[in-house]
Ligand binder design. Structure first.
Ligand code: SF4
Length: 611
């Protein structure tokens, strides 16, 4: 008997319309755990390194994590993996919600698409019955709308659906895959789904998942729930609101946006507005948020409620989480109401909320600089917000200048020329980064940016504090119950880290310590991505319920495998090396890993070289 996993993948050849249920090799689970790990192995073995992302030979893999569908709190991530049209490297993006557990209950660990369908289709998995169905009537429909239409058509209100919108159909490089209150947005995986002719996946599953030692496993789950109850309301002092508690950033709960609006860059990742936030803005934005947020919601089996149902008058309802609340607002120098309105359209189109606003602001910057002309922008309204809607519509339809911008700032700049490259200034590995630009180089961030392969916000977040605490009292209070730290040397780094003087950034933590911290933080991300755990309860915030000391027990009790910290570290190293090997084989070189030139104002070339 297989425990925690089903032991079966669905292999779908879209060119031939063939569906196969394939038994998997348990040895691969022992080597890679599941999720991202086994996805990487399948890509490494099955797709030649020179494969174009839009070739029929490219695979698009939807994977559950090893613990998805078990009672482990927050084990609900679907890990989508393919070769990215944006970076040309391995792209993997995670979504929360309900799809992965439902897929496990239907009896499958992964869906592996190859080939291309000649017509637009959707996949319907109803336990053992799996069909490729015509989706021509869904062409051009919004991602949220598509999910609703499919549920109605199937007469299955409990089916879980992941769908692309117009952006994915048109192979826009920022295209996301939308699923309820979540999305797999980064690295253009929605474009690959569209290229394969798959509009959506719908799943209904009603089977059981077996656990090797259920009583022991339930006890571990209860420990996590009890910890969340105590930890979540007890915020860590001096830590920014979104990271002081637990969960994916609690943007739908918080009103206080002082930190984001004053520290992140506005426009095309250009301008910090240090005095933006005041009482008046706070009151206005709070009113806006309260008027559109109808209910807070969670992913499968999680009490954290990171998302919200958003109902803007005159628009259809959608779900939002995390920082996309502000990305459109800040790119357009507008206000929160605009952000909520345009995010509704963007969600239906299915686009990445980090890249898309930056690409639009980039287009407008080129226009203001005279690099794009009235001819390029013929028909664009004159008002600021109207311009963003206009650009969004052009991009997802690949019309006119939208066809160029649809490839993201790096490729668009190359195509436009005339000095446009200087305006695509916020990329790593050809991909737009967070518009977070700081004064002093942070050596830990620096390394996370360079070595991270994920291309999303969590590539630079982790369990180590992002800045020193101001007093010894606070430092001691932080390390006192810091059970998550791999060992005591990390506590010493926190205790010794100061805001000024010799033991401050950028030379403290020292290079070797930075490497250890980043190694630990990446390890946690890789373990989450193999297990299907939400980063918001593990690798993302400070002091999460899951950590390197308790995760081996979860894996052992769930699967029956003998797992300890050393074994888990070995799996992590294997998985990370494999992802890196795939990317090196695809052409990744050290020069590609540089953070953008203007990412920090104060740079230290010698130190950066050592890092
Ligand atoms: S912490 Fe938030 S994002 Fe993570 S599983 Fe729970 S509700 Fe979803």
């Amino acid at each position: 008997m297989r425990y925690a996993e089903t032991g079966y993948n669905l292999e779908i050849d879209l060119s031939r319309g063939n569906i196969e249920r394939v038994e998997t090799d348990q040895r691969l689970t022992e080597l890679h755990l599941g999720g991202l790990g086994t996805n990487a192995k399948i890509l490494w073995d099955g797709v030649p390194p020179e494969t174009n992302p839009f070739s029929p030979s490219n695979l698009l893999i939807f994977s559950t994590g090893l613990l998805c569908g078990t009672p482990a709190v927050g084990a609900n991530r679907t890990i989508v993996t393919t070769y990215s049209p944006q970076t040309l490297l391995m792209g993997y993006s995670m979504m929360g919600g309900f799809l992965a557990p439902e897929l496990k209950y239907a009896g499958y660990d992964k869906i592996i698409f190859r080939g291309k369908s000649p017509n637009l289709v959707y996949l319907w998995i109803n336990n053992d019955k799996v069909e490729i169905r015509d989706a021509s009537h869904l062409k051009g429909k919004g991602a949220v709308e598509t999910s609703e239409l499919i549920r109605k058509e199937l007469k299955e209100p409990n089916a879980q659906v992941a769908a692309i919108g117009l952006a994915g159909e048109n192979r826009v490089y920022m295209a996301s895959i939308e699923h309820g209150r979540s999305s797999a947005s980064r690295l253009g995986i929605g474009a690959v789904m569209g290229d394969k002719g798959v509009k959506a996946i719908a799943v209904r599953g009603t089977k059981d998942i077996n656990l090797a030692r259920p009583a022991e496993f339930m006890e571990l789950c209860n420990d996590v729930l009890n910890y969340i109850k105590v930890r979540a309301p007890n915020l860590i002092p001096e830590v920014m609101p979104i990271l002081a508690g637990l969960g994916s950033p609690q943007e739908m709960v918080h009103y206080d946006e002082k930190w984001h609006t004053e520290n992140f860059m506005w426009g095309n990742a250009r301008t910090r507005r240090k005095d933006f936030w005041n009482k008046e803005v706070e009151e206005k934005w709070k009113g806006t948020q309260e008027s559109v947020r109808t209910r807070l919601i969670s992913c499968y089996n999680c009490p954290m409620k990171c998302g919200a149902i958003i109902s803007v008058p005159g628009l259809s309802t959608y779900m939002m989480k995390c920082f996309s609340k502000l990305t459109y607002t800040m790119a357009a120098y507008s206000d929160l109401e605009f952000g909520f309105r345009i995010a509704q359209r963007a969600t239906e189109y299915g686009v990445d909320g980090f890249s898309t606003p930056q690409v639009m602001a980039f287009g407008l910057e080129l226009y203001e600089a005279g690099i794009l002309t009235d001819r390029d922008m013929a028909g664009m309204p004159s008002d600021n917000e109207g311009r963003f809607y206009w650009l969004l519509d052009r991009i997802v339809r690949r019309e006119g200048i939208g066809d160029v911008l649809a490839n993201g700032t790096y490729w668009a700049a190359e195509q436009i020329g005339k000095g446009a490259e200087a305006y695509a200034h916020n990329n790593i590995k050809k991909h737009e980064q967070l518009p977070l630009k700081l004064g002093m180089l942070n050596p830990i961030y620096f390394l996370m940016y360079c070595t991270g392969e994920k291309g999303n916000i969590t590539q630079i977040e982790g369990n180590f504090p992002q800045a020193p605490f101001s007093t010894m009292e606070l430092k001691e209070a932080f390390v006192k119950d810091w059970v998550q730290a791999p060992d005591d040397k990390f506590k010493k780094y926190v205790l010794d880290w100061e805001m000024r003087g010799e033991r401050s950034m950028p030379f403290y933590p020292p290079v070797e310590a930075c490497c250890e911290i980043v190694d630990w933080q990446e390890k946690m991300h890789h373990i989450d991505d193999a297990l299907g755990l939400c980063a918001g309860l593990s690798s993302f915030p400070l002091k999460p319920p899951y950590h390197i000391h308790n995760l081996p027990a979860f894996i052992s009790a769930a699967t029956g495998m003998d797992m300890d910290e050393a074994g888990l570290t070995q799996v992590f190293n294997r998985n990370r090396n494999l992802v890196r090997a795939i990317n090196v084989r695809r052409g990744l070189r050290r020069a590609d890993e540089k953070p953008p030139e203007d990412h920090w104002k104060k740079r230290f070339p010698e130190l950066e070289e050592k890092l």
